[in-house]
Design a protein around this ligand. Structure first.
Ligand SMILES: [Cu+2]
Length: 468
């Protein structure tokens, strides 16, 4: 069919209908099995807000940067001719791994924002939105700019935000660059969302996505249900879904985000080389951007007052992240993976995976109840409760799980050593992803592993922000 006859045979409406379904499917293909159907929007909502006229709820910047992963044992690449790819010899102290990533620059002035070039963090900043309320219609707007890549001035890669699994009415804000727009260096774009389906999602840059996803432009995002604030069903008034019965109510919530680092590809990007992607390995398997035992280290200092839609970390006068006390090498990995709770509390774990390998997250000694999968409550068409209990959740790239556990009674027993809390391991039981592929006993570091610490009832104060 010629271009001319295509244009003649497809009206705009028919064209949108024709591409609508296939574009969503394409965005879900490759590594991403998570998709939602497009649906109609009530016309009364159409003028809720004119895109581009409102202040953004969040302002993110895409750029490159450096993080820290265990330097030993060094990674020597056979396919790159025996070169040592980790630690990276071009890394500025105290870092050793090159990344692409995002930073939250909400509230920073233009000079401070420009200063964040080459200061990306991993994971990308965690953010959340309230479910769209037709009675109080308000769009959720995330603004994106692109600061360029300091280590690779030869590249002019664009960046996007692809909210994975999100039901966009049209593809314009999807972030898949051949079906929507991408943000070139120095440009600004506003993504306009109406989140209609509560649950746990992830987001990533979709430009050259095998590379940009793997280099670190990935993070977790969730949508809070309209039912929140209603204390009839559960006393905290916090829910994962509009359950109508409190079955998804919780006291504390924690993001548990899985990503990976393959040393060769990160070294290749900093050294203007090309990795052989068919040699892919997960040299490091991360939780919230860190590996064991750094997963247990606290969060970097948080600006709680500013954290209305995202966990916003404190910045200095230059706009740079304030490092965690005593751990300057974790400056760009600010998010802790430690889970803390009081005995008897209900804890929501929001699992998501944007590595390329399957993960098998196990909570040893406590049953979890799976109450959501891919931002969909575990409820059948006729209302049947399809939630189930599990110790291990197995999920691949682009998948998410919502699981709630009730913290067992505090015992102070074996293993607690009078430290004031009981410890339960939360780890990836795919062994090579819990030890960073090291030989048995050869490494002081593990990989994808953290702890759940259960304190006596009433010890910890109410949680106000996720992962705190
Ligand atoms: Cu990108």
């Amino acid at each position: 069919m010629t271009k001319r006859s295509l244009g003649q045979s497809l009206s705009r409406r028919r064209f949108l209908r024709a591409i609508g379904g296939s574009t969503v499917a394409a965005a879900g293909m490759g590594m991403l099995p998570f998709r939602k159907l497009l649906g109609p929007v009530a016309m009364s909502e159409a003028n809720a807000q004119t895109p581009g006229t409102a202040a953004p709820d969040l302002f993110f910047a895409g750029t490159d940067g450096w993080i820290f992963l265990p330097p030993e044992p060094a990674i020597v690449s056979a396919s790159l001719g025996g070169v040592t790819t980790h630690p990276d010899d071009l890394a500025p102290e105290p870092f050793n791994t090159y990344i692409f990533g995002f930073r939250n620059v909400t509230g920073l002035d233009p000079t401070q924002i420009a200063n964040q070039k080459n200061k990306a963090q991993h994971n990308a900043p965690l953010f959340w939105a309230d479910q769209f309320d037709p009675a109080n219609p308000k769009n959720f707007i995330v603004q994106l700019t692109n600061l360029g890549l300091a280590q690779r001035p030869d590249l002019f890669d664009a960046h996007t935000i692809h909210w994975h699994g999100f039901r966009n009415v049209i593809t314009f804000f999807d972030g898949e660059p051949t079906g929507s727009v991408a943000v070139m260096t120095g440009r600004i774009f506003q993504y306009v969302y109406r989140p209609r389906d509560p649950g746990t999602y992830m987001f990533h840059c979709h430009v050259e996505d095998t590379e940009h996803v793997h280099m670190g432009m990935t993070g977790l995002v969730f949508v809070r249900p309209l039912q929140n604030g209603n204390t009839t069903f559960y006393s905290s008034g916090k829910y994962a879904y509009n359950d109508g019965d409190g079955s998804t109510g919780y006291d504390r919530e924690f993001a548990v985000f899985c990503s990976e680092v393959w040393g060769d590809s990160h070294w290749a990007d900093s050294h203007i080389q090309l990795p052989e992607w068919s040699d892919y390995r997960a040299d490091f398997s991360l939780l919230n951007g860190r590996v064991w035992p750094d997963t247990l280290a606290p969060n970097a200092p948080i600006n709680a007052a500013a954290s209305t839609h995202s966990l916003i970390f404190q910045t200095d006068t230059n706009g740079d992240l304030v490092p965690l006390d005593g751990r300057p090498e974790l400056q760009y990995q600010p998010l802790s993976a430690l889970v803390t709770c009081n005995a008897g509390e209900r804890v929501l774990l929001r699992f998501a995976n944007l590595g390329f390998k399957e993960s098998a997250m196990t909570l040893a000694g406590i049953k979890m109840r799976v109450i959501g999968k891919d931002a969909t409550p575990m409820k059948g068409r006729d209302g049947t409760n399809t939630s189930y209990a599990a110790n291990t959740l197995t999920f691949g790239a682009g998948e998410s799980f919502d699981a709630i556990f009730t913290a067992p009674a505090f015992t102070g027993g074996s293993g607690s050593s009078g430290q004031g809390y009981d410890t339960y391991m939360l780890y990836d039981r795919a062994y090579e992803r819990s030890n960073n592929r090291a030989a048995n006993g050869a490494i002081p570091y593990g990989g994808r592993r953290t702890e759940v610490r259960v304190y006596p009832a009433g010890t910890l104060s109410l949680q106000t922000l996720p992962n705190t």
